[in-house]
Design a protein. Structure first.
Length: 168
């Protein structure tokens, strides 16, 4: 395991994956990390739908006009769905859980990428149909997974946008 700053430097959105099976243990690790994520009032409004079926993943590549092509080579996907009726912090709660999974993917040697779904009615309808997501849940995103078939540069600590930090 690497230290947290190194984990953050290495985590990049990966959109091309090798034709290699993703072990269930790694998916389970990511899901455990998501289940440990904080949520408002500890309501845990999220649910996760795991897709490993090739046909389902190939259908996901068409869930958006732009930004979902990575499902063509992905070997797994995790739908992050949230019960918006439980809390007004549901989007943040779902995003934190998704981010925990993105970091966990990097930690166990996988590539991953967030595919935003919420607010796109046709995308949400298609993902709901493919994954069997219950109607009362809102779909925030789908995370694509697989072994990396592309290399991305690490974040350069010297080039981070430090001007975005304001100290009083």
């Amino acid at each position: 395991m690497i230290n947290f700053e190194d984990l953050c430097r290495h985590r990049r959105s990966i959109r091309k994956y090798l034709d290699k099976h993703v072990e269930q243990e790694k998916i389970d690790y990511m899901l455990r990390c998501a289940l440990m994520s904080p949520s408002g009032k500890r309501l845990n409004p999220w649910e996760f739908y795991v897709l490993t079926d090739r046909e389902a993943l190939l259908k996901l590549k068409d869930c958006k006009t732009y930004g979902s092509g990575m499902f063509e080579t992905a070997r797994a996907g995790i739908v992050v769905a949230v019960d918006a009726s439980k809390t007004d912090t549901w989007q943040c709660d779902g995003a934190i859980a998704a981010h925990n999974m993105l970091l966990a993917a990097e930690d166990c040697g996988l590539g991953a990428c967030w595919c935003h779904i919420y607010g796109r009615a046709e995308s949400e309808r298609l993902v709901r149909e493919i994954a069997g997501v219950r109607d009362e849940l809102s779909i925030l995103c789908v995370i694509s997974l697989g072994y990396k078939d592309e290399e991305r540069k690490l974040y350069d600590i010297e080039k981070l946008p430090y001007e975005k930090i304001h100290k009083l």
